[in-house]
Design a protein around this ligand. Structure first.
Ligand code: ZN
Ligand code: ZN
Ligand code: ZN
Length: 328
């Protein structure tokens, strides 16, 4: 595997001729506490109910990025390439095989969120790593890898494309207005209310004004904060987020079982880049959020042509339908 840079969009891709990996069956779940072959554990959260642990991070069994060595950034004619140096971890959300985020207790979800914050904080100590991505693919059409409730984490020597776009826009908006674009969006959404799904304590779930897919939903802190780990590692804050995340996923699951979920948070600011120039005002101009992108199988065809996103459900209708779901 190697990283190659698209010279036109300046975004990195990871490519190589992959070896097909056999999916692992239920009897040999590698993430259950009693797994036959125990994975390489990086970090565990203490148990809440006398079990072995409540959430844990392990090395991905088929890691795309490896922590050893130098990225060896080099030219190839007009192109750029580098070795995939970084980290690739599986975040086990719960020790129980069937206890997904939407059926877990709020305390369990909070443990998973704190673990995630700790992993990001820890990986950012490595100056080579510019960004930590946390994502979850759930459902067969979403590319789910394991039956066990898990998310994945990758730490990379570059900032992924979508986040880079957001960082650039956030900085531009701030340069003009000296305000955070996300805070401005939230203020307008809270005032209008039509695209708000729910708000809980410090957090809010909204359907974005220009959705890429039907029922796209973002969860964000209502008060300005650029860094996810700072939010969740601040005492008590993970609990409100856990409640809202669980409830929002319950709502989404009344529409579809398949979804992608990704965290967008500030990059490693220890690694100051004069070229990208995003770090100077980042604590003021960027605002972390979680994006949930549901996949509607029967609608997939109509919006698969992604040159221009086509979304056959407006965010106002989406928010109204998601709000109407009664959550116990
Ligand atoms: Zn399992
Ligand atoms: Zn903000
Ligand atoms: Zn985002």
């Amino acid at each position: 595997m190697e990283l190659r840079k698209d010279p036109i969009t300046r975004s990195w891709v990871i490519t190589g001729d992959d070896v097909e990996v056999e999916p692992e069956g239920r009897d040999s779940c590698p993430y259950c506490p009693d797994a036959l072959r125990s994975p390489h554990v990086i970090s565990s959260m203490p148990s809440l109910d006398g079990g072995p642990w409540s959430a844990r991070a392990v090395v991905h069994p088929h890691a795309l990025y490896h922590i050893e060595g130098d990225p060896l950034r080099q030219g190839d004619g007009l192109y750029d390439k580098m070795r995939p140096v970084g980290a690739h971890e599986v975040l086990i959300e719960n020790p129980r095989h069937d206890r997904h985020l939407w059926v877990a207790t709020d305390a369990e979800v909070a443990q998973f969120l704190v673990l995630t914050g700790q992993r990001i904080q820890d990986l950012k100590k490595d100056r080579r790593l510019k960004y930590v991505t946390v994502f979850k693919n759930h459902g067969t059409v979403a590319g789910q890898e394991a039956d066990h409730p898990t998310s994945q984490l990758t730490a990379t020597t570059f900032v992924p494309r979508r986040v880079l776009y957001e960082l650039r826009s956030g900085k531009e908006y701030f340069t003009q207005k000296e305000r955070c674009v996300f805070c401005d969006i939230l203020a307008q959404e809270e005032q209008q209310g039509v695209r708000v799904v729910e708000s809980r304590g410090d957090y809010i779930a909204v359907c974005p004004y220009a959705p890429r897919v039907p029922y796209e939903t973002w969860i964000m802190p209502r008060n300005h904060e650029a860094s996810f780990e700072r939010s969740v590692l601040r005492g008590g804050s993970a609990r409100d987020l856990a409640v809202l995340l669980r409830r929002t996923l319950q709502r989404i699951r009344t529409i579809t079982e398949n979804f992608h979920m990704v965290l967008h948070s500030s990059p490693n600011t220890m690694h100051r880049s004069d070229v990208l120039d995003y770090w100077k005002t980042i604590d003021d101009d960027y605002h972390w959020h979680i994006e949930i992108l549901p996949i509607l199988e029967k609608k997939a065809k109509s919006y698969s042509f992604k040159e221009v996103y086509f979304t056959p459900v407006t965010s106002e209708s989406a928010a109204s339908r998601l709000r109407a779901v009664s959550i116990p």
